[in-house]
Design a protein around this ligand. Structure first.
Ligand SMILES: NC(=O)c1ccc[n+]([C@@H]2O[C@H](COP(=O)([O-])OP(=O)(O)OC[C@H]3O[C@@H](n4cnc5c(N)ncnc54)[C@H](O)[C@@H]3O)[C@@H](O)[C@H]2O)c1
Length: 256
């Protein structure tokens, strides 16, 4: 898929990777529909897309919670009407609620991951991907558009200390990617996933400095990733017509 004049929906487009992908796709002539919970950030991203995108690019934002079925259904319908179709989706919205499953000292349990922390990450990072992927596919199929869906996974999908909830969600995202590629291929829809290592965004700025240093040291390339490098990976998935059902690991050679 050539991005020129295509409509790409990006969830979590208010900041971070979503924002950088929006700007990058707009530079390639795409129209951008951004979904997020934070209106101020969304407005900023729309401004940046209009400033940096190619001349014909248009951008709109939509306030919605990706884990709320009614909001997702109405938002995708609205986007489909506003842009006269949906060609692509990047399922990018995500949150962290890190913590050990069990924190114990000298045989005594001090803390455990709360059900609330587990569920809130599953709600956004897994159920949100399910709902948005489903609704994008509904409109792609009904309009006869040959679309592309990209799901953001993570290198943590293989398991990571302190991330029971996040790892489970990100592994689920890869399983859904393979399933949807098989189910939706007959409708001309391709589905791919990206598993980034540690990329410089607000999400990773919140990591304690000593932990971030440890992560940098684990990357063969010796630095954090740049958001543009993830946007470049997404562009590759959009453009390569033989790519579907797989996950691209873009992690600087991270060894977890
Ligand atoms: N930054 C990294 O190093 C890294 C690594 C691996 C995977 N990822 C994944 O990439 C994606 C983007 O990461 P980021 O670093 O840009 O994160 P970020 O925290 O900077 O941005 C996430 C955005 O999602 C939005 N969001 C959160 N919950 C939402 C909800 N319920 N509905 C709608 N929007 C919601 C936030 O408001 C925010 O704008 C996430 O899925 C993340 O798990 C990031």
């Amino acid at each position: 898929m050539n991005l020129e004049n295509k409509t790409i929906v990006i969830t979590g487009g208010g900041q971070g990777l979503g924002r950088i992908m929006a700007i990058s796709f707009a530079k390639n002539g795409a129209n951008i529909a951004l979904i997020d919970l934070n209106e101020e950030l969304l407005r900023e991203t729309v401004g940046l897309v209009e400033q940096n995108g190619s001349a014909n690019t248009s951008a709109k934002y939509y306030l919605a919670n990706v884990s709320n079925e009614a909001q997702v259904e109405s938002t995708f319908k609205q986007i489909n009407d506003d842009f006269n179709g949906i060609d692509g989706l990047v399922n990018n919205a995500g949150i962290l609620r890190d913590g050990l499953l069990i924190k114990a000292k000298d045989g005594e349990v001090i803390n455990k991951m709360s059900l609330d922390d587990f569920k809130s990450v599953i709600d956004v990072n897994l159920t949100g991907v399910f709902l948005c992927g489903r609704e994008a596919a509904v409109h792609m199929i009904e309009s006869g558009n040959k679309g592309v869906i990209i799901n953001m996974s993570s290198i943590a999908r293989g398991g990571n200390i302190g991330q029971t909830n996040y790892s489970a969600a990100k592994a689920g995202v890869v399983a859904m990617t393979a399933t949807w590629a098989r189910e939706l291929g007959r409708h001309g829809i391709r589905v791919g996933a990206i598993a980034p290592g540690v990329i410089r965004t607000a999400m990773t700025d919140s990591i304690k400095p000593e932990m971030r240093d440890r992560l940098v040291n684990m990357q063969a390339i010796g630095r954090l990733g740049d958001p543009d490098e993830i946007a470049h990976t997404a562009k590759y998935i959009f453009e390569n017509e033989f790519f579907t059902g797989r996950v691209v690991e873009i992690d600087g050679g991270l060894a977890m």
